[in-house]
Design a protein around this ligand. Structure first.
Ligand code: CMP
Length: 139
């Protein structure tokens, strides 16, 4: 079964949206396999956003992600990578449809409540990055 990495970002945690976000994916029928609340290190944040390293907003991205606790999650279900991206909605507020998480809860490009892997390969890489430390002490 396909797996993906979903993360409630610091703004989502501060705004009390953890339960709302988890509910949406549970209601959809997906399975939550792992969850960890953690304030990311600069190293993890930079590795997570490595593909954006050359972008002008990279520094802002890393600063934001390390600004407070996030909820890192592994979810599982049929076609979950693509479907979760639909449920999350577009990055640009003008394009994020009402009914999607960003359409309902985000009004800026940089503080947009949730991250979801954009491909099966990204999901594998991100799950390995975020849960590397956890896997070692979970049987
Ligand atoms: P995310 O899905 O976590 O992946 C990359 C992130 O970059 C994206 O969410 C946005 O939060 C952020 N992002 C994309 N474009 C911009 C931008 N122009 N300015 C600031 N942040 C951006």
């Amino acid at each position: 079964m396909e797996k993906t990495f979903l993360m409630v970002k610091p703004d989502g945690v501060k705004r009390g949206l953890i339960g709302e976000i988890i509910s949406r994916f549970e209601n959809k029928g997906y399975t939550l396999n792992r969850l960890e609340m953690v304030t990311p290190s600069v190293e993890v944040a930079e590795a997570h956003y490595a593909e954006h390293k050359e972008k002008p907003f990279f520094g802002e991205l890393v600063e934001f992600l390390t600004s407070g606790p996030v909820v890192a999650m592994e979810w599982e279900g049929e076609d979950i990578v693509a479907v979760s991206r639909l449920m999350i909605g577009k990055t640009k507020p003008l394009d994020a449809q009402p009914g999607t998480i960003r359409g309902d809860f985000a009004s800026t490009m940089s503080q947009n409540v949730i991250h979801g892997s954009d491909s099966v390969d990204s999901a594998e890489r991100e799950l390995a990055l975020w849960f590397a430390g956890v896997a070692s002490h979970v049987s």
